[in-house]
Ligand binder design. Structure first.
Ligand SMILES: Cc1cc2nc3c(=O)[nH]c(=O)nc-3n(C[C@H](O)[C@H](O)[C@H](O)COP(=O)(O)O)c2cc1C
Length: 315
């Protein structure tokens, strides 16, 4: 998620769950290939498994961006066909690509030819006045024929005119059934559902109904402990339920290292504000961090002080 799931956020989320597949923010192929912005590929080895999401619509440029992503060590390269923002529409990529399945198929094939890891697609169920029942099966058939074996479907349309990107994540109605229908029509494909899923119970429901994966966006960001702490045990059947208090303690070394390399405290702690959502002390935890993390000289002692609001003792 752009501006949210940066490398600091992913490092935190990986401490909460060893198994969940994490995604980068969308990185545009032009920024990598024409702009040479290779720093956008930076990540820590601890983040794996991690997928690089690319935005673009030029097959050759996306192929080169995918190659760079593969070279940088990402475990999967994902093509964004779901982002509705104006900026992205003007570049003719994101959700507007739902109207051009053949071009998307060409992009997928070109990308897959350049990397050993899987090229996957994230899409909507349609855009504007498209009828999802008419267009979605054709879109999925086209990308599958091009070699895509995994697709994540955000279960709502994007309305490209008149809604902000934020509204486009809430206002077009969710249609989970059509995603389940796609799994029935394309049983060999790995199909994940996305959109409005806010608990592990809901995740389990979708998996029990036959889907292969569930992508959780905003809830995983705002209440990371609710979604990620028990994910390894409940969803993957491995590992322990992680403890956010221990995770904060584990973050301290990372924060010191990153600050020594030039990061500012708040760039890391902003992703930690929701760690104790719903627990006693959560409000004070959030307040201490958000008030103090931008102050000059603020460091890990602030995080320890904030943690005391939750535990009553220093980490
Ligand atoms: C701040 C923000 C940035 C986002 N950036 C991206 C992005 O870069 N790529 C993408 O595929 N989806 C992006 N999304 C959409 C989410 O991945 C997801 O599809 C959407 O929020 C619906 O799922 P949710 O209800 O679980 O959040 C973004 C969402 C938010 C809130």
């Amino acid at each position: 998620m752009m501006d949210w799931t940066d490398r600091h956020c992913r490092y935190l989320h990986r401490l909460l769950s060893q198994e969940a597949l994490l995604y980068t923010e969308m990185v545009t192929a032009p920024a990598l290939v024409r702009g040479g912005a290779l720093h956008l590929l930076d990540h820590s080895v601890e983040e794996h498994p991690v997928a690089l999401q690319l935005g673009g619509s030029d097959p050759a440029e996306l192929a080169e961006a995918a190659r760079l992503g593969g070279q940088a060590g990402y475990d999967e390269i994902n093509l964004n066909c779901g982002c509705p923002s104006d900026r992205v529409q003007s570049g003719a990529f994101g959700a507007v690509l739902m109207k051009s399945p053949d071009l998307v198929a060409e992009c997928v094939a070109a990308m897959q030819a350049k990397v050993d890891v899987e090229v996957t697609v994230k899409c909507r169920i349609g855009v504007d006045d498209q009828d999802p029942q008419e267009v979605l099966p054709g879109f999925i058939a086209a990308i599958a024929a091009a070699g895509c074996k995994r697709v994540t479907i955000h279960a709502r349309k994007a309305w490209l005119k008149g809604l902000s990107p934020k509204e486009n994540r809430d206002i077009p109605p969710l249609d989970y059934d059509i995603v389940h229908q796609m799994k029935a029509e394309f049983p060999a494909l790995h199909i994940s559902i996305n959109g409005g899923i806010t608990s592990l119970d809901q995740v389990v429901e979708h998996l029990d109904r036959g889907l292969d994966g569930v992508m959780v966006g905003r809830a995983a960001y705002h209440q990371p402990s609710d979604i990620l702490c028990a994910a390894d045990r409940r969803i993957y059947g491995t590992g322990e339920v992680s403890d956010p208090v221990e995770v904060v303690a584990q973050m301290l070394g990372y924060i010191d290292d990153e600050m020594a390399k030039g990061a500012r405290l708040h760039q890391i702690t902003r992703h930690m504000l929701g760690l104790f959502a719903g627990r006693p002390g959560a409000r004070n935890w959030r307040r201490v961090l958000s008030e103090g993390a931008s102050r000059p000289g603020a460091g890990t002692e602030l995080v320890e002080a904030a943690l005391q609001q939750v535990t009553g003792q220093a980490a």
